[in-house]
Design a protein around this ligand. Structure first.
Ligand code: ARG
Length: 675
């Protein structure tokens, strides 16, 4: 659920905050009054000796001092609690508006008001736009109070509590409130980025398990797994940035009946597999061959079944064969992970195998399983709904069983407070059933543990059909990455970069462009939709692409470099200079920078990473507008000597670069110093 001020609890908290502010203000006022009454006045010529005059003066001094302190406190109290201004300015503005509504209409206690506050990109950009008056007028109309939204907006603009963030407002359109962020506040935030680094939003820290990538042993790791890998890695990075304790788990498909035929085939082809690691270049071809034999050779089929039974009971020879196959597969996956900078712990289905007998026993004891044609089924609602299969008729376990064992383990042993499954949309029903079953079985209390199936759509080819190679095979990931490298080099060469960069620089740029593009193309779309995989599109250097963003960051870094300031000089300037933003485009850029935590906050909530991509693209646009209008230094064209530096703006460039770098880290984009 997206956090918004429609939330009753939040509204209650706000209104009670306002109430307590009001009470405190009243108290302070009456104390001030008391102090004021105590201040003695005297008439010099009336029975007044020098001695008691000095006493009265001394006494009054104390009262005046006390009044000063109380007045200070009063001023502070009148403002909305400072602690409410978090790093998340959008959220703060929404809270502010909720309080404004309360102050104007204390009786509108049901607050289903979508207190939207979006940054207003038009004009100066230093504004949030709120629809609160429009929504409130509807709520009031239902109660028989008819008031025009523009008048309402006007009224609300006067009940906004005094605060340091929003200093003025104006009304536009049908009754929108444009809330102007104080320029001094924006400056303070930019300064904070420079002094303290790019900070995450304040969130309650959780133990999070992220289940992602999760290919199947001996089968191909296809583009669906690539999406899960890319999205999952970014989610982990984002959550870690926010301070969550993240456990990254690779729930590989490493158990099941298909291993019988793989093992039997391995024993035939590499009889000495125990002493010499078999060289299998293409594990999928190996898989196909064993499948053909399984379908065609009766004797082989029998041995495959025997191998499954032997595997279940961990018979050493067979178990070792299984381990070898997993190892070969693992090494193949690792190549992809290394190339893409993915870190993940393998904890496949087999990990939960030993826990399943107990799980089944418990479910049976609790009367949750139904025996039907030799299978144990777990019905979630009634007999018409699709059940989970917990034990097959041959006594084996299923994908359902291992996921149920996994969720139980993750909650009970790993103490997860949030579990995220990054798996294609096709498995949505499976996960909804697993979550439901876990609740029924008492493993999952959804007030305490949040679970999300982060689903995503298909990868399509440029023909809008499921992504395939010309020969109709699914695309091999390693080949895809190679192709990316090739295309990226072609792009860089077409721009003449091969003549400008050193060999090392060129290679770094090639890899960065290739892998960043592939990741970004995936992340910049709403993941719930299918997306078209096109190298040509992703390599465009205009528009919302990784190439454009990479160019932008190298450009900013190169502007800073051409000032010839050393990092030490920049650090010392950060300590000495107070950032001042004056020109509209400077303020606009500052405003974009302070929005970073609020974007991350929202993205953590929705797990829709394209919001981060869109933000970085907007930031690029803000930077371009700034740089077009504002010079940062003057350089003598002939001698290349730096004649004058606008330190304030160089620092603004530095802050922008830092926000970009943090965003890049989350998205897995590898910055390069030159490209
Ligand atoms: N191995 C599965 C597949 O390739 C994905 C596993 C996802 N994770 C899970 N806990 N079921 O479809």
């Amino acid at each position: 659920m997206a956090e918004s001020c429609t939330d009753k609890a939040l509204f209650d908290q706000l209104t009670s905050d306002t109430k307590s502010i009001n009470i405190q203000v009243q108290k302070l006022k009456s104390e001030i009054l008391k102090v004021e009454n105590s201040i003695k006045t005297y008439t010099p010529d009336k029975d007044c000796t020098e001695a008691n005059l000095a006493d009265i003066r001394e006494e009054n001094k104390k009262f005046l001092y006390r009044r000063g302190i109380l007045t200070q406190a009063l001023l502070k109290e009148k403002k909305i609690g400072e602690s409410m201004v978090t790093n998340n300015i959008q959220q703060f503005v929404q809270r502010l508006m909720a309080v404004a509504v309360y102050r104007a209409y204390p009786n509108v206690s049901t607050p289903p008001l979508p207190l939207l506050a979006v940054p207003n990109s038009k004009g100066y950009g230093g504004e949030y736009k709120s629809n609160v008056a429009l929504e409130l007028s509807k709520t009031l109309a239902e109660k028989g109070v008819i008031i025009n939204p523009r008048d309402l907006a006007d009224k609300l603009s006067k009940t906004i509590p005094p605060n340091d963030v929003i200093t003025s407002s104006s009304i536009t359109g049908a009754g929108f409130l444009n809330l102007k962020v104080d320029t001094g506040f924006i400056c303070k935030k930019v300064q904070e980025i420079l002094a303290k680094g790019v900070l995450p939003p304040d969130v309650e820290k959780k133990r999070v398990v992220v289940d992602f990538s999760s290919p199947n042993i001996a089968k191909e790791m296809h583009v669906g797994h690539l999406r899960s890998t890319i999205i999952g890695e970014s989610i982990c990075r984002m959550l870690e940035f926010c301070g969550h304790d993240v456990l990254r788990l690779n729930h590989v498909g490493d158990w099941g009946t298909q291993f019988g035929m793989l093992i039997a085939h391995l024993q035939d082809i590499f009889p000495d597999y125990e002493s010499i690691t078999p060289v299998i270049q293409d594990l999928q071809a190996f898989y196909k061959a064993s499948k053909t034999r399984f379908d065609e050779e009766e004797d082989f089929k029998k041995r495959a079944y025997e191998a499954v039974v032997a595997l279940q009971s961990h018979e050493p020879k067979v178990y070792n064969a299984w381990k070898k196959i997993c190892e070969i597969s693992r090494n193949e996956f690792q190549v992809i992970y290394d190339r893409l900078g993915i870190s993940i712990i393998e904890r496949g289905e087999s990990f939960y195998h030993s826990m399943m007998p107990d799980l089944v026993e418990q479910l049976k004891l609790n009367g949750l399983l139904t025996l039907e044609e030799g299978r144990f089924l777990f019905f979630l609602k009634d007999k018409t709904s699709l059940p989970l299969t917990i034990v097959k008729s041959d006594g084996g376990y299923t994908y359902d069983t291992s996921d149920l064992a996994a969720i139980r383990h993750r909650i009970r042993e790993e103490k997860a407070q949030w579990i995220i499954y990054v798996v294609d949309r096709g498995q949505s029903a499976h996960f909804q059933s697993i979550f439901e079953a876990a609740k029924i079985a008492g493993y999952l209390d959804d007030h305490k543990v949040r679970v999300n199936h982060v689903e995503f759509g298909l990868v399509l080819g440029e023909d809008k059909k499921k992504f395939k190679t010309r020969s109709g095979d699914t695309v091999q990931l390693a080949n895809l990455l190679d192709k990316g490298l090739e295309k990226s080099m072609a792009h860089l060469t077409s721009k003449g970069r091969d003549k400008e960069l050193t060999t090392d620089e060129l290679r770094l740029a090639q890899e960065s462009v290739a892998y960043s593009c592939i990741k970004y193309a995936d992340l910049c779309h709403d993941r719930r939709r299918d997306y078209v995989f096109s190298f040509n599109k992703m390599l465009e250097d205009r528009g919302n692409t990784a190439v454009y963003l990479l160019y932008m960051l190298t450009r900013i870094r190169s502007i800073i470099r051409s000032s010839k300031l050393t990092p030490e000089q920049i650090e010392s300037a950060i300590k000495k200079i107070s950032i001042v933003l004056e020109v509209d485009v400077e303020i606009g850029l500052g405003m974009s920078l302070l929005r970073f935590p609020e974007v991350i906050y929202r993205t953590v909530d929705t797990l829709l990473l394209h919001q981060v991509c869109e933000y970085l693209y907007d930031l690029s646009c803000s930077f371009s507008s700034f740089y077009d209008k504002c010079y940062c230094m003057r350089i003598d064209k002939e001698t290349d000597e730096v004649l004058e530096i606008n330190m304030n703006r160089i620092l603004l460039c530095e802050a922008t670069a830092r926000v970009f770098e943090t965003g890049f880290h989350i998205l897995g984009i590898i910055p390069v110093s030159r490209m």
